[in-house]
Ligand binder design. Sequence first.
Ligand SMILES: Cc1cc2nc3c(=O)[nH]c(=O)nc-3n(C[C@H](O)[C@H](O)[C@H](O)COP(=O)(O)OP(=O)(O)OC[C@H]3O[C@@H](n4cnc5c(N)ncnc54)[C@H](O)[C@@H]3O)c2cc1C
Length: 593
Amino acid sequence: MADYKAPLREMNFLLHEVFAADELWARLPGLEGAVDRETADAILEEMAKLAANTLDPINRSGDEEGCHWEDGVVTTPKGFPEAYATFCEGGWGALVGNPEYGGMGMPKMLGAQMEEMINSANISFALYPVLTAGACLALDAHGSEELKQRYLPKMYEGTWSGAMDLTEPHAGTDLGIIRTKAEPQEDGSYKITGNKIFITGGDHDLSENIIHLVLAKLPDAPKGPKGISLFLVPKFLVNEDGSVGERNAVNCGSIEHKMGIKASATCAMNFDGAKGWLVGELNKGLAAMFTMMNYERLGVGIQGLGASERSYQNAVEYARERIQSRSPAGPKQADKAADPILVHPDVRRMLLTQKALIGGGRALSTYVAQWLDIAKFGEGEEKQKAEAMVALLTPVAKAFFTDKGLDCTVLGQQVFGGHGYIREWGQEQLVRDVRITQIYEGTNGIQALDLIGRKTVANNGAFFNLFADDVQQFVDSQADNEALAEFIQPLATELQRLRDVTARVLAAAQEDPHAPGAASVEYLHLFGYVAYAFMWARIAAAALPKTGEDSFYAGQVKTARFFFARLLPQAAALAESVDAGSATLMDLEEELF
Ligand SMILES: Cc1cc2nc3c(=O)[nH]c(=O)nc-3n(C[C@H](O)[C@H](O)[C@H](O)COP(=O)(O)OP(=O)(O)OC[C@H]3O[C@@H](n4cnc5c(N)ncnc54)[C@H](O)[C@@H]3O)c2cc1C
């Protein structure tokens, strides 16, 4: 297995040459002076070292050993507590946190790249700090001043970690039917009783305390999603002086045995009258949790990217070294028994597909992070637009990055032939680890419904039009750039196709209740390909004038060409599937399945 090397060149190129991040940072209130290009590059370089030297070396051993549960106590694999301590000492948990409570207040554009690195190195490890960061975000946005003062500084430090407790045995997608109860107490706290399952980092030995954000219902709450409230329930109660006190009635009943992410503890949690505190308003818990989930969803998408990048790095190294057969154009290394498999067109197809999907995804994740930063630090109309863009693009990023993440890791496994199927090379672990990303944080089917339903049909395409206008603006700005026409013309064609398909779905939704659901997954993928085309056209625009400077830029332009020639044509087929409507899906009688 190749040693992980963070793709710093690609990351710097995107931040500074494609998205001009430092110009944005310099003008956003709250970010000006906090970060510049030099600081950003230094932060990424440090993270690259941590990922390669501390997290990557315990990835395979963590998979082999897994987590342990004994008498309600969960322990993580060998090396995890030490790596977690190193991570926290570096202040990484505080990177994008609120400075008022000990965070560093850095932009998400940096945070997203940091997350890619930790996920490439070790998805199981990454889940612990990433969930904590999501919990901090929800608490910062909705918690009372007292809760924030008490919990946020320790959570940013990593001394205490976070977990999010939504799922119950009978309630996954449909959280409206949860049964966990919250009974008001005289001291203003609540007594929380119920069982949650599949809770990532619900218990472990990495941190001194675990802060659960739990969805529960008051006895007299309205039925369905409008009766859900959010509560903070610590594993250990916290004393007045901020120190850790007695154990709360929260226990881990068991841990799951899973296909992948084996070093991440997936816990069944029992709340037996545990003491909790309301976060945000009563019965508005789902909305508060969505703050965390939007952030998490981009984070889960980035897990798909991280695994893809790792698989790609391994596959490229292997394809250079493994010799089998001769190049169809005649021997390339005549002194050897055969040529490296990198000479074969089909191996190049697999590697280039990975490279193009990762590059497009990394750019789109930076683009979404840019809108998250504007939504957080910006003002007025620009802030409102950013909020809409984040809402629209989050389900695309979560589902498209992770669906393509599985495709990419399977391609990376295929490059190894039979050696990809055995454990030794690490490629099969990546396939197993990335698979969950299509399922948790709302399955990808639910992300697709969210994109087409709440984010498109519900506002009659208003959010979609903002995105389409952004693409159009770029197309118009390059109208006279002949060198870029090979990218701009097909981008304009595919944008028009997406506009037309969106209009047809909006019209169909008025007449057929099944229309949005029937169109949803293919529509999200069509959207994903067009968004990647936008990203690759922007990359090409930044790289083309510099192809004479160094080969990196030529590599970007050639990968853009591959994307447009070999991958983007799938948009036409997806549009045709969307247009097929719901008839063939709904016609088959239930008993004929
Ligand atoms: C390893 C792991 C870690 C997890 N971590 C956490 C965690 O930290 N916290 C937490 O709260 N949960 C966690 N989960 C739970 C996870 O988020 C859920 O499993 C997921 O949301 C799906 O819920 P479900 O399993 O109940 O499936 P169901 O909701 O039963 O769905 C089954 C299938 O039906 C489809 N479906 C359901 N409703 C609809 C609909 N309306 N339209 C179309 N299709 C539909 C789904 O897409 C899916 O394909 C984790 C799960 C796993 C396996």
